[in-house]
Design a protein around this ligand. Structure first.
Ligand code: DC
Length: 232
């Protein structure tokens, strides 16, 4: 059935290139792209601004209390051809990529109530299908019924180099070692946390893109989408 819209769930490690290939795939298919990491980052930024995070310790009770105040939306910017993240009407796309947010987001993402609120929003966003959603628990928790599940990974060094290049290109002053440490730390927290740890869904396909350019990955993914559509 040519017209059938599916859900593509892309999970994987930090900086494995999930957002790059998810955006590309969504554009190729004419689907919506949803970056769930940006949602956890937005909550983290809100908590930082409120002063609820000190030395990586999150005041969980205070944050849970203000969760209903947090409105997160995605808006496509036709000028930059990119989707920006909005927190209560403010464009926070750049701010949520800064190291202060990266260094605290894993802690925020371990909070059960935060996850429940985000998962609910994500399920609403995917109601109509026709989406590519990337994160850590999309194939396992958010959309266990997704027609195509991908588990993306790459070596730690390759991932650190990618994040380093990305931040340098934005003019940020960062050190490679600091980024490598941040990625290793986040891998550990993401994979060992009690709430929805990063694990491969049984029916997810592993894609190690250490030696692949985005175009190759997109071609590979488009083929998988076709296979899935033909099988349904
Ligand atoms: O993909 P990212 O680096 O922007 O994600 C930021 C953090 O949010 C990362 O530490 C893991 C967490 N996260 C999560 O727990 N669940 C998701 N679905 C997406 C991200």
């Amino acid at each position: 059935m040519e017209h059938k819209k599916i859900i593509v769930a892309i999970d994987g490690h930090s900086s494995s290139g999930k957002s790059t290939i998810s955006k590309q795939l969504a554009a190729s298919l004419g689907y919506k792209y949803i970056d769930t990491g940006a949602m956890y980052r937005a909550v983290t930024l809100y908590a930082l601004r409120k002063g609820f995070i000190n030395n990586k310790a999150v005041d969980k009770d205070k944050l849970i209390q203000v969760l209903p105040e947090i409105d997160i939306r995605f808006r496509y910017n036709p000028e930059t051809k990119k989707t920006d993240t909005y927190l209560n009407g403010e464009n926070i796309e750049d701010e949520i990529r800064a190291l202060e947010v990266s260094n605290n987001v894993s802690q925020v993402a371990t909070i059960k109530e935060v996850r429940m609120a985000m998962v609910k929003k994500q399920q609403e966003m995917g109601k109509e299908r026709g989406i590519v959603m990337d994160g850590r628990d999309i194939g396992t928790v958010v959309f266990p019924d997704a027609e195509l599940k991908i588990f993306l990974t790459a070596s730690t060094k390759v991932r650190a180099q990618r994040r380093y290049d990305e931040l340098k290109a934005k003019g940020l002053d960062v050190s490679f070692d600091e980024i490598l440490k941040n990625i290793e730390e986040r891998d550990h927290i993401d994979s060992t946390r009690k709430e929805s740890p990063l694990i491969k869904a049984d029916d997810a396909i592993v894609l190690d893109n250490s030696n692949m350019i985005p175009e190759e990955q997109n071609k590979w993914l488009l083929k998988k989408v076709e296979e899935v559509k033909n099988a349904h």
